[in-house]
Write a protein that binds this ligand. Sequence first.
Ligand SMILES: Cc1ncc(COP(=O)(O)O)c(C=O)c1O
Length: 393
Amino acid sequence: MRRIYLDYTATTPMDKRVVQAMTPFFTDTFGNASSIHSFGREAKAALETARESIASLIGARPSEFFFTSGGTESDNSALTGIAIAHSGSGRKHIVISSIEHHAVLHAAKNLEQKGFDVTLLPVDGHGFVSPDELRKAVSARTLLVSIIHANNEIGSTQELKTLASVVHSAGAFFHTDAVQSFGKIPFSVAESDIDLASFTAHKIYGPKGIGALYVRRGIEFEPTFHGGSQERNRRPGTESVPLAVGFAKAAELSVQEMPEELDRLNSLNRLLRKRIGDEIGGAIFNSPGDRALPNILSVSIDSSEIEIDGEALIINMDLEGIAVTSGSACSSGSLQPSHVIKALGRDDRTTKATVRFSFGRFTSEEDVQFAADSFIRLVNRIGKRKKIISLSS
Ligand SMILES: Cc1ncc(COP(=O)(O)O)c(C=O)c1O
């Protein structure tokens, strides 16, 4: 059976060029980057080359970021590392958007239990944070604001520079989760005036198990783990050189190929949106038409027009060989309606009837047409269209 993977937001297949770049660092250049002998020095050199490359791609100095195990660790470390380091400052207020990934949402909830006040900032019906709402939310008590750059369920992207100026005028730190945006749309910590930013490699055709956290030079920061002095005392543990090399290669390729890829993915997105919009009355697009990632299209079926079980829809698409999801991979299997789709103002039933298509480097137009055919056919087959009672008849 033909199988089509349209869940690139959950993870991506590794690019073979990345695997090739990593391979010698498993077997040949295998030293511990902290050892002072030649094997260690070789490994260290590769690690630092990878660090310099990523730093230049995000507009940072190499000393300003450290490698982590992925986006979840970076997000947790960002929130907790700032909260603990500045706990004596009297600032006990954290602001996050209502469409954060669980890694930020749950880290903030954990800090709430430890005495911090957490404000959830609403978004508009397209998933955008308003700078005016942010201005109203921050105060002289605010320590940290964390707002996701590109949302992983709907793809809406935020105007980071404008939001950063609001955060900084309140004297707070600004963290962004750039896990989904980096390598897909332009991103620079310098241009956006960001204090902390989270990244991961496996969303950009790199290996799983490595990410990074940028912390602007001079910001006091408490490490999450304690041990050796690796990563300038910010993240102890033997560094994984092959993963760092793979992350750097994946980042270089993604940034180099971004202009053509942006055009190609945008046109696939428009094609899918048009097919679904034209052929399913009652489809609501959660992903905004602009200021959005090119590779995500989230669609809900309006419960006032069609009764449909979203899970059944996804399972049936899987039976036809098409891998899509309702939202974040972390909440798949949970019966809770997505907090992101709900934040857009959708009712629970519409929220549950949501499908997220996400595509990438290896998706063809034929794949998208095939998925559109399946989705449209299944909505018509499984969904029960509600009868419209005309008052004039
Ligand atoms: C926006 C966002 N933040 C954080 C994460 C977590 O990243 P990782 O899977 O590398 O821990 C994800 C992954 O789904 C994500 O989409």
